[in-house]
Design a protein around this ligand. Structure first.
Ligand SMILES: [Zn+2]
Length: 263
């Protein structure tokens, strides 16, 4: 019963995130894999900061996704699915992390492995193997061998919209080149630092060979999404384990609309 409730919650929650009730076509689309939830995490640790999700909360959230039958996908699969090159599985979820903090390796990685979930981490290569709070190249390689995909979060994490064009190009191209050299595969996806972007920055990213870029625009991705302004659902600090998580993925208004009781 509990499992059915959880499955219903994720399907209905996503389906009604626009708060448009009774849109059965949309629910079908989610079940068929044409609408994709992209989660955005930063730090998994027990510090009480806005970007931190506690280790036990993260474990419960990953267990929820696994128990709900969600299938974790990669950015490449998302891209191919939206382009109609492959058929995405039902309930596709893309789990992403920004910045490449060390706790992604020490705290999140063991939990992802435990539930057999894949994830993508957007890395700042100028910080990698440099600052102790960020992961090392060796750790990134170990993670990539175990279901984690590494992509770019620019070279030094600046506010791109404040930079002249040549510096924007350097940030996007040098991070791509450095990551490709270290990881040994094409780097074709970007997460904008601080989530901010504009059409001009998106155009530069496209010119440099990126296939898509992720924002922190709140929503689910579907065929109507702009590849260079992909929506995500930010999972920042969760106060009370699953309640905050449910509300973020389901939106509070749709949660209450269906009479679900918050615990
Ligand atoms: Zn960031």
């Amino acid at each position: 019963m509990r499992k059915i409730f959880l499955i219903a919650l994720i399907i209905f929650g996503l389906g009604f995130y626009h708060s448009q009730a009774q849109n059965l076509d949309e629910i079908d689309e989610i079940a068929a894999g044409s609408k994709i939830l992209v989660l955005n995490y930063h730090q998994i640790d027990n510090k009480n900061t806005s970007l931190s999700v506690t280790i036990s909360d993260f474990d419960a959230q990953m267990k929820f996704l696994a128990d709900s039958g969600c299938v974790t996908i990669t950015p490449d699969e998302l891209y191919a699915g939206l382009n109609g090159e492959i058929e995405l599985p039902p309930k596709p979820v893309l789990i992403t992390f920004d910045d490449g903090y060390i706790d992604n390796y020490t705290n999140a990685f063991p939990i992802l492995k435990k539930y057999n979930l894949r994830a993508t981490i957007f890395i700042i290569p100028a910080f990698t193997s440099v600052y102790p709070n960020y992961m090392t190249w060796e750790q990134l390689k170990e993670m990539e061998a175990n279901g984690i995909t590494i992509e770019s979060h620019t070279l030094t994490h600046p506010k791109l919209e404040e930079l002249p064009d040549d510096e924007i190009r350097n940030e996007l191209l040098n991070s791509k080149n450095m990551l490709e050299e270290q990881m040994g595969h094409p780097i074709e996806f970007l997460a904008y630092p601080t989530g901010t972007y504009n059409l001009h920055i998106a155009g530069i990213a496209q010119d440099l060979g990126y296939k898509g870029a992720f924002t922190i625009k709140y929503g689910v991705v579907d065929k109507g999404s702009n590849f260079f302004a992909l929506e995500r659902v930010p999972i920042f600090h969760t106060q009370t384990t699953m309640k905050d998580f449910y509300e973020r993925i389901a939106w509070r208004q749709s949660f209450e609309e269906f009479g679900w009781i918050k615990k």
